[in-house]
Write a protein that binds this ligand. Structure first.
Ligand code: ATP
Length: 379
């Protein structure tokens, strides 16, 4: 029997509650598909930060490197100002393990209303593939007055970058700037991922989101390398560029016309949130941060301190994220079964999660999904 070692960081607030249900769903799928999972839980989050003054100890990176995947709940707590937990846990893991893909599927689910009417014969089934390490998220920038120099440095899986920007104004001026940067290799690998994903979904088209007309240096470069990679490696498939503004407009009107949507980091952040709203909300929005070493799967929602500890959290996004994790580690049938079980639970007429207007607590909703997983096995 195949055994996987999976790390879990439940984190804070509802992160702990929804991760517990995601773990149970994976264990139920493992029973059904005859593999086993050994879980190791790590205590990182607000409590750890308040006690130790750091998000993660250095040793955590070494320890985590040995796992097959990482399941994360959410970090965030009113006792810690916004910033350190996200930067020292989420972003630190993302950059350390060079998780260069942010995968954000958005599908419509039975019984979950969508703001856009979906014709009976169509379904909303979009996958946003967002580049996760470059663009305006490089963290390169500064602010100053009149004439100033900013030293820049960044460390990525693909390179270490150093440099400086010198700015001067002809009249007294205070200014801030951020440098967006992308590399050919960074663009190639995310493009390759998006096309392979489309191929796996038996789709022949990838839409690439851009804004090359207004920001030619950065997004023109993106277009060039997306286009070259597609033509070289996927000549049998079609690439369509669409400006980010048009993409938002068209997605909001007809989201069911789209499949894989390839985005630079900043646009991907925005487009994927739009899509999670179009698909039915945060309670169903799953995500994977994927790279060539440790990949990390987490619901899109945060720790929601307002409802923490009340059993009101919807665990479906966390369970769907665990499904993405199963797909990533190679348990494709189990991954499909978890997604199916969420759909079957929502269609079953059972009490819906509180967040979706029902009365099912976090545990009851998790239980509802597990029942469907077992029922399908018995069929
Ligand atoms: P962050 O600032 O990290 O995004 P947050 O928890 O404050 O964290 P969101 O995750 O955007 O923000 O959530 C906003 C609100 O939506 C929450 O405060 C909560 O009321 C609700 N919410 C989010 N996720 C869920 C969920 N899984 N189940 C029920 N309600 C949720």
């Amino acid at each position: 029997m195949k055994t996987y070692s999976i790390a879990a960081i439940p984190g804070d607030g509802i992160g702990c509650e929804v991760t517990a249900e995601a773990v149970r769903a994976v264990d139920t799928a493992a029973e059904r598909f005859e593999f086993s999972v050994t879980w190791t839980e790590f205590p990182f989050g607000a409590e750890y930060y308040l006690k130790h003054g750091v998000g993660l100890p250095e040793s955590a990176f070494r320890e985590l490197a040995d796992f097959d995947a990482l399941l994360l709940g959410a970090v965030g707590d009113p006792r810690v100002k916004p910033g350190p937990l996200e930067q020292e846990i989420l972003l630190a893991l993302r950059f350390h393990f060079d998780q260069y893909i942010n995968l954000r599927p958005a599908s419509s689910f039975p019984g979950v209303p969508t703001p856009t009417a979906i014709p009976g014969d169509q379904a909303l089934d979009v996958a946003v593939v967002r580049e996760n390490t470059e663009d305006l998220y490089m963290g390169l920038g500064g602010a100053g007055k009149d004439s100033f120099r900013t030293d820049l440095a960044a460390k990525r899986g693909l390179y270490d970058l150093t440099g400086a920007v010198d700015l001067g104004f002809s009249t007294p001026t205070e200014a801030g700037f951020s440098l967006g940067l992308m590399t050919a290799k960074g663009i190639e690998r995310v493009t390759r991922y998006a096309f392979n994903l489309a191929r796996g979904r038996e789709e022949a088209i990838v839409h690439a989101v851009s804004k090359a007309n207004a920001v030619p240096h950065l997004y023109g470069f993106w277009d060039k390398h997306v286009g070259e990679t597609a033509a070289r490696e996927f000549p049998d498939m079609t690439l369509k560029f669409v400006n980010v503004d048009a993409a938002c407009y068209l997605l909001a009107r007809q989201p069911f016309d789209w499949g894989v949507v390839l985005c630079p980091n900043l646009f991907g952040d925005i487009v994927s949130d739009l899509l999670s709203a179009l698909a039915g909300g945060l309670g169903l929005a799953a995500a994977g941060n994927i790279g060539d070493s440790l990949s990390m799967f987490e619901p899109v929602h945060g720790s929601a301190p307002d409802i923490a500890g009340q059993g009101r959290a919807n665990p479906l996004a966390a369970i769907l994220s665990a499904g993405l994790m199963l797909d990533h580690i190679g348990e494709k049938d189990a991954a499909r079964a978890v997604e199916r079980a969420v759909r079957d639970y929502l269609a079953s007429g059972a009490e819906m999660p509180i967040e979706l207007g029902g009365a099912a607590s976090t545990e009851q909703a998790g239980q509802g999904v597990r029942e469907q997983l077992r029922k399908a096995a018995a069929r």
